[in-house]
Ligand binder design. Sequence first.
Ligand SMILES: NC(=O)c1ccc[n+]([C@@H]2O[C@H](COP(=O)([O-])OP(=O)(O)OC[C@H]3O[C@@H](n4cnc5c(N)ncnc54)[C@H](O)[C@@H]3O)[C@@H](O)[C@H]2O)c1
Ligand SMILES: O=C(O)[C@H]1O[C@H](OP(=O)(O)OP(=O)(O)OC[C@H]2O[C@@H](n3ccc(=O)[nH]c3=O)[C@H](O)[C@@H]2O)[C@H](O)[C@@H](O)[C@@H]1O
Length: 390
Amino acid sequence: MTSSSPVRVDLDGNTIKPLTICMIGAGGFIGSHLCEKLMNETNHTVLAVDVYNDKIKHLLEPESVPWTGRIQFHRLNIKNDSRLEGLIKCSDLTINLAAICTPADYNTRPLDTIYSNFIDALPVVKYCSENNKRLIHFSTCEVYGKTIGSYLPKDSPLRQDPAYYILKEDTSPCIFGSVEKQRWSYACAKQLIERLIYAEGAENGLEFTIVRPFNWIGPRMDFIPGIDGPSEGVPRVLACFSNNLLRREPLKLVDGGESQRTFIYIKDAIEAVLLMIENPARASGHIFNVGNPNNEVTVRQLAEMMTQVYSKVSGEDSIETPTVDVSSKEFYGEGYDDSDKRIPDMTIINKQLGWNPKTSLWDLLESTLTYQHRTYAEAIKQAIAKPAAN
Ligand SMILES: NC(=O)c1ccc[n+]([C@@H]2O[C@H](COP(=O)([O-])OP(=O)(O)OC[C@H]3O[C@@H](n4cnc5c(N)ncnc54)[C@H](O)[C@@H]3O)[C@@H](O)[C@H]2O)c1
Ligand SMILES: O=C(O)[C@H]1O[C@H](OP(=O)(O)OP(=O)(O)OC[C@H]2O[C@@H](n3ccc(=O)[nH]c3=O)[C@H](O)[C@@H]2O)[C@H](O)[C@@H](O)[C@@H]1O
């Protein structure tokens, strides 16, 4: 479908009216893909709010794009900008993506993490509630914390029982480590904002949807240290491993790389978000897991697969020692802790929106690492050749 597509209908066959969407955090990884989808395939208008716009610059070029006028960038920090309420008031729907969401920050900048994920989101919820505007809020699968199974003895057969590890929106508990384990500052702040939104729905009629993404990955995720982000910065695992592969360094496995994750291709996940946007009657009042339960690997397996895929897309042999073990204390510092396993239950999103992910882990890594190689390989070569800046 193209931007000129005449009639779009929702899952119940009703015509979809063009919406004005206030998207906060539109300049980030998920926001950039969502803006791209909305410009390419719908007639909705986006008021894109962020402090940065590098990842959506290609959508903002005046005159050269068919959707001119349907996307406006508003550079503002939601912490302290009175224009926010006006933007929410003149929109039909607000989508809040703004957050500090890299684990390296949770234990080293816990105050910023809690403020960003809880305090800064409060006015957004308040303005939506007071002005009767719909809100789609981005939470995280980290609100589940650790699985019940992780507390069972290592050899307990119950560990193999899905009842002890599958994560369900309406029944699973949220299990975090102690307060000293500051890793959980993010999950705890996200959980409290979820509870506040839920309560606004129950007591004041706020029309809301909460999204719990499970490791969405793809092009434009985070940054490559020393190229388009700080040299000492620690992004999420996809960018860490991409950076190692581009620089021909061993991939660092934290605490043995035993933790398990399910990875989903960003483009599959964005399909789910579009269904939520365009089917309010089916999405409102719900919390949705959005992930791919078929793409589970340990972090070690992820490292091995990325090494193989990168070799294929770059045409370079892998290095002799492709991985190295590091302790979490050394890599993330004091107060780090980890989720052991994250498999989303898909019952609710299937029932409400009929959505399913499509892309295998191999395929999504192939397209993502092709992008990483094309975007960064040359810049890395030049950076390595240049003597370090003074
Ligand atoms: N990528 C994932 O797999 C994933 C998983 C779980 C949860 N999430 C959640 O989804 C949301 C988006 O994640 P992402 O991966 O796109 O992250 P991202 O860091 O790429 O994007 C977040 C954007 O919000 C902006 N932002 C932050 N604070 C702001 C402020 N005060 N004012 C204005 N803009 C601000 C940032 O500049 C950034 O562009 C976050 O809430 C995150 O917690 C993402
Ligand atoms: O993406 C998600 O769904 C959520 O989970 C992520 O948390 P996590 O999966 O722990 O973060 P990653 O940086 O992607 O790390 C995944 C695993 O790889 C490990 N890792 C990371 C980087 C590295 O170089 N080596 C390594 O072994 C980590 O210790 C962790 O076990 C982030 O908290 C959020 O972006 C988000 O809310």
